[in-house]
Ligand binder design. Sequence first.
Ligand code: AMP
Ligand code: MG
Length: 316
Amino acid sequence: MKCLGIESTAHSFGIGITDGKQEILNKKVMYKSKGGIHPREASQFLTENAPDLFKNIDFNDIDAIAFSQGPGLGPCLRVGSVIAKMLASYHEKPLIGVNHCVAHIEVGKWATNCKDPLVVYVSGANTQILGLKGGRYRVYGETLDTGLGNAIDVFGRALDLEFPAGPEIEQLARKGKKFIELPYTVKGMDLAFSGLVTAAQKLVKKEPARDLAYSFQETIFAMLVEVSERALAHTEKREVMLVGGVAQNQRLCQMFTGMASQHDARFFVPKPEYNGDNGFMIALTGWKMHEAGIKHCLKNLKTDQKWRTDEVEIAW
Ligand code: AMP
Ligand code: MG
């Protein structure tokens, strides 16, 4: 059985095909902008560029269609949803609504071959520490305000960097020498980034950008590692997997490698093409849901901008 997946939660529109084992297709288009993602402009870009991706797809060879139902930006989610519903209806295929965060976890496990990890999911909009227990990905800790990537990007804007700022801040931070104390906000098992971002913004032009970038990264990553370490000790899992766009950061991976090894756990991070949003991850999760007998009614599949990871029953 082959599943086609459609991803459109933010600035990219991706499609993928899988038979549950292999990646048969995975391609995407990306909306680029200077200051961040403007939801309406992004959705317009996706609407204009998505149709081309479907050229040469033989729908006789596809058994089910899956799409990102949420969470994400409303206007962008609706582009994927309308296309998926139209294709499913026209070609008479079952339609499956996939949770975007669960798909990041599933593709991470597929790409790294880990089995039951503590998952640290760090993207632009999301920051959650998760583990599978009793048929759901439980949230052990999460951000109370913005996602880690967004916090990095907002700080980057103050430094006049292009969006997304993560990669450039990582390079700048490597040259930093002086550590500047910044707010470190861990509340129980949760994290808050806005105080740290504001404090760092206020120091721009007063301190060298490289020292600020270095101090910002060290502080914000240490907060994340602290909470993840406590979750690892609590769950006693033997694997730690870092997923989402921020997982591309080498310094963050280095910190997690050290933490995991102190707990005799193995550390995993997927390759960048599987960490970024992609259609294959939706196809893979849709495939698993279809094989588990999950059936959705086309009319009930409304997009949900705030669909939480722990609301999804993991029946596979
Ligand atoms: P996603 O939402 O999963 O597509 O991830 C996008 C986010 O990842 C953006 O906020 C980027 O700034 C961030 N990001 C990408 N590469 C890096 C990096 N090397 N270091 C830190 N953040 C990064
Ligand atoms: Mg994502």
